[in-house]
Each structure stands twice: as C-alpha cells, then as structure tokens.
Design a protein around this ligand. Sequence first.
Ligand code: HEC
Length: 167
Amino acid sequence: MIKNLLRKFLYASLIVIVGLQFYQPSRNDSGDNSKSVETRFEIPVDVKSVLEQSCYDCHSNYTNYPWYANIQPVGIWLQNHIKDGKKHLNFSTLGDRPAYLQQHKMEEIEEMIREDEMPMRSYTLIHRAAALNASQKEAIIKWTKVVRDSLAARFPLDSLRMPARKK
Ligand code: HEC
C-alpha cells in the first residue's frame, strides 16, 4: 500500500519535472547598449572588466548563462534572481537615469562592496572568479567616487538628493 503510493508519487514527480523542461524562461540578453553606464561616465578598463565579470550577470542586459540554466526549475530560479538584481541596479540603463539616481546607485555600490554583500555569496560559490580581491574592491570604490565627483561638478547639490519615496 505505502509502496504503491510512493511509486505513484515518484511517477507524478517525474512527469512534473519532465513537463517543466518544456518551459524555458526568456533570456536576458537584449543587445541594447545605447544607455549603458559608459555612455555617460568614463570607466577605466580594469573596472569595467571587473564589473562585467562580477556583476553583469545580474545587473545588466547581458547574462552569461551557465549550461544548467537550461534545466528547470534552475533556469526559472536564475531568471527571478536576474529580474530582482536588475530592478535594483542595471548598468545597461544607468546612463539614462536621473542624476540623483545615478548618484544614489554609486553610493549603494560602494556600500555593497565595503560590506561584502555583492556579488552574492551564492553566486561566488559557483563563479569563483567573480569574487573580488582587495584591489578590485578598491578600484570599484574609487570609480564610484569619480562618478559622484563628476555629477557634483555638473549638477547643483540639492538636485542630486533622492526625492522622498522614489527609488
Ligand atoms: C547572482 C546575482 C548578483 C550578482 C552577481 C551581483 N548582484 Fe547585486 N543584487 C542582486 C540582487 C538579487 C539584488 C537585490 C536584492 C538584494 O539587495 O539582495 C542586488 C542588489 C544590489 C544593489 C542594490 C542594493 C540596494 O540597497 O538596493 C547594488 C548596489 C548591487 N546589487 C551591486 C552589485 C555589484 C557592484 C555587484 C558586482 C560586484 C553585484 N551587485 C553582483 C544580485 C546580484
């Protein structure tokens, strides 16, 4: 009796897993670079390559997918992560956002790097090369300061303050 139930349960699970493979979430690789951060701010080559390697999978319009993204529900889980990451920060559109938001994102980037919150631990566990060393962290933080200085030089300070309840 129990054995029968177990067998039915296993078969049902197998059918669900196989069925899920027919659903492939759409890919995050739009190819549009016209609003990316480097259209607006200078970005040193070494900083750009670190951002590309350590952040762009979740914070740009270009995700470099691993093979297992083809396997569901892993791909669906990845897609949700990417959606969430892009909602908070998207380097591919940051060039086109209001100055106060660019300013704010630069502050957040510095904070995330200083507190070792980004790149996410679950990501660096698998993508070892994405983990940042001290000089890479330093380079990113320095760049966020250069960007903030260039914004401060171009805009009056009060226009760089985040309006209440906007993000
Ligand atoms: C594996 C995906 C992933 C990678 C890689 C990643 N992030 Fe994130 N990031 C997220 C997600 C998801 C969120 C939103 C949820 C959260 O704050 O944990 C986020 C949020 C952020 C935020 C906004 C925090 C806030 O207060 O709203 C910043 C800034 C950020 N990430 C910077 C970076 C930087 C810089 C890198 C590279 C050094 C990076 N992230 C790498 C997924 C990622």
